[in-house]
Design a protein around this ligand. Structure first.
Ligand SMILES: Cc1cc2nc3c(=O)[nH]c(=O)nc-3n(C[C@H](O)[C@H](O)[C@H](O)COP(=O)(O)OP(=O)(O)OC[C@H]3O[C@@H](n4cnc5c(N)ncnc54)[C@H](O)[C@@H]3O)c2cc1C
Length: 309
């Protein structure tokens, strides 16, 4: 469910959906909203298979050896979601814009999984949120839903074909998935994903950009891996963002490549995030932690998968 229905807005210049975010944001901001409704008293289930309690593993997804500590997955259900939403709304009003890319600080709402499963209503969330930057993120969610509604093959075909020739490299793909590329910010993110089914937005961009723009592996491979592991994994936002990063989607600068080192220095200046997920780099000082290849080899940590100057 979205705030504004996917087919509700049409660009004035023609076309069945918005291809660029900024004009969509303008139209979306002006669009009317339906009323927030109370939850129904009862939801009738269709007949068929008996409903039981699913068996849920409490174990992290990946190798516990590499996880920083046994991780408590967020509690499911509407009550937990509403508690999280209330706490978040109280708190995010302050500094979401400054804090959302603070990798060590973990200062985003973490409402993604609840939005995915319909435990909170994005419409209600928007109606209560006072932080403009946060509301803008909710608009990104709607944006990708309207793109996907118009282009349902978003998880298979290039939205804007660019004729890129991707590399088949099983070893590189395995290293990326396991967090063993030798590039600390990429590895920390990928191990974070394995351990907790989550990763901050900034690290999703860095790890995705690394795979498609530096290792030249097909975006479908990376997006499929994210889709398998993300607690908030949904087709529209996952594949929409992957195609944005790969330059085949809605980015107006399709050749953009993120430098993992520059990004890491900027958003994890003390190397706290990286060290949290890469225990083998625990003793490396902040100055060197994002570029360990510049000093003596670190025992138990691989050299970088692709050359770094
Ligand atoms: C490669 C890649 C893959 C991604 N895959 C997913 C996915 O499968 N599911 C998903 O919900 N988001 C995805 N995102 C977007 C974003 O990373 C997550 O929504 C966000 O990190 C979730 O954390 P949060 O709930 O704390 O977000 P907050 O920062 O608190 O934002 C609030 C909500 O806004 C929405 N939102 C924020 N940023 C985006 C965005 N760029 N695109 C779409 N919606 C956004 C989400 O619903 C999010 O829960 C992806 C981003 C990238 C770069």
């Amino acid at each position: 469910m979205t705030i504004v229905p996917p087919e509700a807005l049409r660009p004035s210049g023609g076309g069945d959906h918005y291809r660029i975010f900024t004009p969509y944001l303008r139209a979306w901001t002006r669009a009317g909203r339906r009323q927030v409704l109370d939850a129904p008293e009862k939801v009738p289930f269709p007949g068929g298979p008996a409903l039981g309690r699913p068996e849920i593993s409490r174990e992290p997804y990946g190798s516990t050896r590499r996880a920083r500590r046994p991780y408590e997955f967020p509690r499911g259900g509407e009550s937990a979601a509403r508690r999280r939403m209330a706490r978040w709304l109280e708190w995010c009003a302050e500094d979401y814009a400054d804090g959302k890319d603070d990798l060590a600080g973990d200062r985003t709402s973490r409402l993604g999984p609840y939005l995915r499963l319909g435990c909170v209503s994005p419409l209600e969330l928007e109606s209560l949120a006072e932080n403009g930057e946060f509301v803008r993120q909710l608009c990104w969610r709607d944006f990708y839903h309207q793109v996907t509604s118009a282009f349902p093959r978003i998880d298979r075909d290039d939205y804007r074909p660019r004729g890129t020739r991707w590399r088949d490299d099983d070893g590189a793909i395995r290293a990326w998935k396991e967090g063993l590329t030798g590039v600390p910010i990429v590895d920390a993110g990928m191990r974070h994903l394995l351990a907790e089914g989550w990763m901050p937005n900034r690290v999703r961009m860095i790890t995705a950009s690394f795979l498609v723009k530096r290792v030249f592996v097909d975006w479908r491979v990376g997006a499929g891996h994210f889709a398998e592991l993300l607690l908030d994994g949904v087709v529209a936002s996952n594949y929409g963002n992957w195609q944005w990063v790969a330059g085949t989607g809605n980015d107006t600068r399709p050749n953009r490549t993120l430098s993992p080192v520059r990004q890491a220095r900027r958003f994890d200046p003390q190397g706290e995030y990286v060290r949290r997920y890469l225990p083998e780099l625990a003793a490396v000082p902040a100055k060197a932690v994002h570029e360990p290849w510049r000093s003596a080899p670190v025992k138990g940590y691989p050299p970088p998968l692709v050359p770094f100057g």
